[in-house]
Design a protein around this ligand. Structure first.
Ligand SMILES: Cc1cc2nc3c(=O)[nH]c(=O)nc-3n(C[C@H](O)[C@H](O)[C@H](O)COP(=O)(O)OP(=O)(O)OC[C@H]3O[C@@H](n4cnc5c(N)ncnc54)[C@H](O)[C@@H]3O)c2cc1C
Length: 362
């Protein structure tokens, strides 16, 4: 997919100029989704609509609003999806790629990016513009649009720390609306777009507020250990460290189908934690500010001796217990889902803790 970074000071002008370009909106029946999900599951969608111009899509959607009375799904790069069957509905796939600085203050730069931009391209672009903060989120697969839906996070940072506002197309009244960060109900891998606005909003663009002053977030041990003691750091170095660490740790989804961490790290109440730690003193956990405890799901799966475990064409990655993979290259979503159930049952049996999928199972 080609990158189209357009640098303009005035974002509204950007829309005008884009509108004059050749418009490519696809509307295809019986479309294969294998290249649109990182698990590489071979399924069909009844209909696939992609667009690279938000204005054109809005016009189309306003004239075809009955489309949204039937089953539909918005997809980015499909890096958090598991299709267990053909999708009997319409896939809406933004491929919009405009980006621009919309505002600046003495301390911050506000960068607006359209939903279809690849997340890591966006991170690289923000650093090159002197906007800092997203470097810890380098190399997370997916799109800018999904970054706010999922509230992506890694290495001590999450999207919510930097979001200013989100423009979305509201499927209740077919108007474009802006929602500010405070109204997005961001939480761990969660947002209003997964709850109140689920199925009611297509994220069109996000404004990220980034610091002009480089503050390097080395809160994660992996990042601290990467550098020599006393080494002078900057955001580009942090980005490189995160990329190196991730490349060493996680399977490349372009080579072996997967969707990153399959399960969320479960959060339990203090009472359950106190009982559990008595039985399992070596439990890996983080204490949360609200007196609850987040447990390391990958560690628990590993303790169940499941690394490398295979189920039909699916498997648990040999080095990363939290990552389920399409080992045969031909596995089905059902096989991966069955494997997830096996993992869930074993962890529950050993720890009495329910694992909840982070991946959306369809
Ligand atoms: C190897 C690997 C590593 C990963 N590491 C991390 C990690 O470190 N941290 C992390 O948080 N995640 C991680 N993930 C998960 C994934 O990258 C994120 O969830 C990402 O945000 C998904 O982006 P996507 O564009 O692929 O969205 P999709 O998977 O296509 O969609 C995800 C959800 O967002 C919705 N959605 C997508 N675009 C829009 C839109 N424009 N408007 C409204 N809804 C939309 C979809 O309907 C769906 O509900 C990883 C995945 C992989 C494969």
């Amino acid at each position: 997919m080609t990158k189209m970074f357009i640098q303009k000071q005035n974002y509204s002008k950007l829309y005008v100029s884009l509108h004059k370009t050749v418009i490519k909106m696809k509307d295809i029946r019986n479309y294969c989704l294998k290249e649109h999900n990182t698990f590489k599951i071979d399924v069909l969608a009844d209909r696939f609509i992609s667009f690279d111009d938000s204005s054109e899509f809005i016009q189309f959607a306003q004239g075809n609003n009955a489309l949204f009375n039937n089953k539909f799904l918005i997809t980015g790069e499909g890096s958090n999806l598991l299709f267990t069957k053909d999708f009997n509905g319409t896939i809406i796939h933004p491929e919009t790629k405009a980006i621009g600085v919309v505002r600046e203050s003495s301390d911050y730069i506000y960068i607006k990016a359209e939903a279809g931009i690849n997340w890591d391209d966006f991170v690289a672009d923000t650093i090159s513009r002197g906007g800092f903060g997203l470097e810890n989120l380098s190399l997370i697969p997916g799109t800018v649009g999904a970054s706010v839906v999922q509230n992506i996070g890694a290495y001590g940072a999450e999207a919510a720390d930097f979001v200013d506002s989100v423009d979305y197309f509201c499927l209740s009244d077919f108007k474009v609306k802006t929602i500010s960060k405070n109204d997005c109900d961001f939480a761990y891998r969660n947002s209003i777009f997964k709850n109140e606005l689920k199925g009611k909003a297509i994220v069109l663009s996000v404004v990220y507020r980034l610091s002009k002053n480089a503050v390097c977030n080395t809160s994660y041990a992996d990042i601290q250990n990467y550098f020599k003691a006393g080494e002078e750091l900057n955001p580009s170095k942090i980005r490189k460290a995160v990329i190196d660490i991730r490349e060493n740790k996680l399977p490349d989804h372009k080579k072996i189908g997967n969707a990153g961490s399959f399960f969320k790290n479960p959060i339990i109440e203090k009472q359950q934690f106190v009982e559990l730690i008595k039985k399992c003193p070596d439990l890996r956990y983080y204490e949360l500010p609200d007196d609850r405890y987040k447990l390391a799901a990958g560690w628990m799966i590993d303790q169940c001796n499941l690394k490398g475990y295979e189920h039909k064409g699916a498997a648990i990655h040999e080095n990363q217990a939290l990552v389920l993979i399409n080992k045969s290259g031909k596995t089905t979503g059902d096989e991966v889902s069955e494997l997830a159930e096996i993992v869930h049952a074993k962890v529950f049996q050993k720890y009495g803790v329910e694992l909840e999928p982070e991946v959306i199972i369809l």
